[in-house]
Design a protein around this ligand. Structure first.
Ligand code: PMP
Length: 447
């Protein structure tokens, strides 16, 4: 009885993220999660093929994670990060090791926060070096970098933004490589070099001494699973260096194994100036984020005069329970070899799902590690994106068959046509068999 009323109490009291309450499709009230599977309050079970966008990388229901947080809360519940504590120190060392060294770690609470911190650090760094006009941040259309005002300003998805304007000044966007839609007659490599040159032109025309930083994900995840040719990322780094611009890599989704390596940028020959990460640190069990900063940048702030301190305080950042849980999470990822497993399973998913491209509404199947994008089109010749209804129908059919699959985040009307598959990295072979079987069945039944 109590459970019956949950739906009604939810409808009365909870304002859900993005979608308003819908009578036809009420939000799922989730009760339990084990491994890759979640159970709603009516006992229906689903494989959570979308959880990778929230970075539940080690899967649900890991007792060791709960235990790590519990032990820490009993011992010492709270330390402000104007002080320090052992889990924060140990985690900083561990993350630095995964990044290949040379970074210091700044803690905050969310991915949005970590990006805000990165923008503020970049601006202040240039100030500290006497380059007082460098304040602009360049990001890409279709990218998502968070919901707070600065992070939203960097976000390149119009639907998420236009009702909240004016946003922060000084945020510019350039087009990312979208290899499926590259111009004909150009190789993917040439096209990616062209897109990097477009970014350089923006820097030049804006006057390089006004540009503080470029921010980008190793691949655009939520905005359509757009995977660049490596030459693009490498050229962008080269361009940033040439023009004195800092490169911030947003690893909020890609970090901690999603793409088959510890960090997504490790697929390329780059060493970012700043790296932001969040939910993957704790597999989303508790809030925590990090802005990792190269030591040579940190040096500009170190032992500085009071008026050059970095002023960004947040109460919960680096809290002991989150740090202790993050350490255990990374231990599990390493012990269970989940970075390599992600690469292997990702290859298998791509191989098996490639046949979907024979269907006349599947334009492209692409992926890197355990994030796969399936682009649904109305017409393969024109590549016209499929309608929202068409895409919604596939998602609903997957759900009816026990598989939750995501759609790429809001972009602009008409470009919400990419399904994103990202199950936990700990998914078993049976889980992966199940995903492949459901997708093949649903796609063939919904031609
Ligand atoms: N950057 C990227 C790439 C993200 O996907 C997200 C969240 N989905 C964020 C930043 C913002 O993270 P948070 O929701 O923790 O603020």
């Amino acid at each position: 009885k109590k459970k019956q009323s949950l739906v009604e109490r939810d409808r009365q009291n909870v304002w859900h993220h993005i979608s308003p309450y819908s009578e036809k499709n009420p939000p799922m009230i989730v009760e339990e999660g084990i491994g890759s599977w979640i159970t709603d309050h009516q006992g229906n079970r689903y494989l959570d093929g979308m959880s990778g966008l929230y970075c539940v990388n080690v899967g649900y229901g890991r007792e060791e994670l709960a235990q790590a947080a519990y032990e820490q809360l009993k011992k010492m519940a709270y330390v402000p990060m104007t002080q320090s504590h052992e889990p924060a120190i140990e985690l900083a060392e561990k993350v630095n090791e995964l990044l290949g060294g040379d970074y210091v770690i700044f803690y905050s609470n969310s991915g949005s926060d970590a990006n805000e911190v990165a923008f503020k650090m970049a601006r202040q760094y240039h100030q500290q070096n006497g380059e007082t006009t460098r304040h602009k941040v360049i990001s890409r259309y279709r990218a998502y970098h968070g919901s707070s005002m600065g992070a939203l300003s960097a976000t390149g998805q119009a639907l998420r933004k236009y009702k909240y304007e004016p946003l922060s000044a000084g945020f510019l966007h350039v087009a990312p490589p979208d290899n499926y839609r590259k111009p004909e007659g150009m190789s993917i490599e040439e096209y990616n070099i062209q897109r990097a040159r477009d970014m350089e032109e923006t820097i030049i025309w804006e006057q390089e001494e006004t540009i503080a930083a470029v921010i980008m994900e190793p691949l655009i995840t939520g905005g359509g699973v757009l995977i660049p040719h490596p030459v693009y990322v490498e050229k962008v780094q080269e361009i940033c260096k040439r023009h004195g611009v800092l490169l911030i890599i947003d690893e909020v989704i890609c970090g901690f194994g999603r793409t088959g390596k510890a960090f997504g940028h490790q697929h390329y020959q780059v060493k970012p100036d700043l790296v932001t990460m969040a939910k993957g640190l704790t597999s989303a069990y508790l809030p925590l984020s990090i802005t990792a900063v190269r030591k040579d940048i940190y040096d500009a702030f170190k032992d500085s005069e009071e008026n050059s301190h970095f002023r960004h305080v947040n109460t919960f950042g680096g809290n002991p329970a989150s740090c202790a849980l993050a350490l255990k999470n990374i231990e599990i990822l390493e012990k269970e070899n989940l970075f390599d497993r992600s690469a292997e399973v990702g290859d298998r998913l791509l191989n098996e799902l490639a046949e979907l491209q024979n269907l006349d509404f599947v334009g492209d199947v692409r992926g890197l590690g355990m994030i796969v994008g399936i682009e649904i089109v109305e017409d393969k010749q024109t590549k016209k994106p499929a309608s929202k209804e068409r895409v919604g129908k596939l998602i609903a059919a997957c759900k009816n068959n026990g598989l939750i699959i995501g759609k790429n985040g809001d972009t602009v009307a008409g470009y919400n046509n990419i399904l994103a598959l990202s199950p936990p990295l700990s998914s078993t072979d049976d889980d992966i068999d199940f995903i492949i079987a459901v997708l093949k069945k649903v796609f063939n039944e919904n031609k």
